[in-house]
Design a protein around this ligand. Sequence first.
Ligand code: DX5
Ligand code: ZN
Length: 225
Amino acid sequence: MATAKIAPSMLSSDFANLASEAERMVRLGADWLHMDIMCRHFVPNLTIGAPVIQSLRKHTKAYLDCHLMVTNPSDYVEPFGKAGASGFTFHIEVARDNWQELIQSIRSKGMRPGVSLRPGTPVEDVFPLVEAENPVELVLVMTVEPGFGGQKFMPEMMDKVRTLRKKYPSLDIEVDGGLGPSTIDVAASAGANCIVAGSSIFGAADPGEVISVLRKSVVESQNKN
Ligand code: DX5
Ligand code: ZN
């Protein structure tokens, strides 16, 4: 079974204190740290690149779940591999012609390949990547338009999660955008097991409590099925 992974989105952390924020999240029960890499061409925002991952890696052993919202993911594979990224999730919308080579090179650099899709992209578009001989190991279903934290969860994306879970019982299915205590149950019961949450964790008075609420919902949904 795909186990529950709670991944605080470091986009909502204090970037000036990234190392201590990472340490705090791990101490509070985070399984993964979600790192949002954005270039201004794929999304209207700009965040961090490989040098920051490399610096952070010196301070933590945590799994760095990198979500590449960039137009040329293949340019980032080598630097991210060297920097110590753990997971490398690219967007299907910019990899329609080269996803096979991309998956291959991600794996050859010691990272775990994943694919993400924007809200407007049909879920069928990622089936070939999951079914390939050299497949992705994670599908990230965006539940907001990528670009910014703090947006409203799109429940209509749960059809994609249900479809994926039905087809691929042990796949890591990640949801990202607007997740928190008020939206987790619908995502968990649809079959998501990797939960990204930025503002709901970092904005909470007790972030550790939010992490445990998210985990509990995933575990309980899995136990029902
Ligand atoms: C949005 C990013 C998300 C974002 C989620 O493009 O991919 O990871 O940080 O933030 P919240 O949980 O606040 O919606
Ligand atoms: Zn993300």
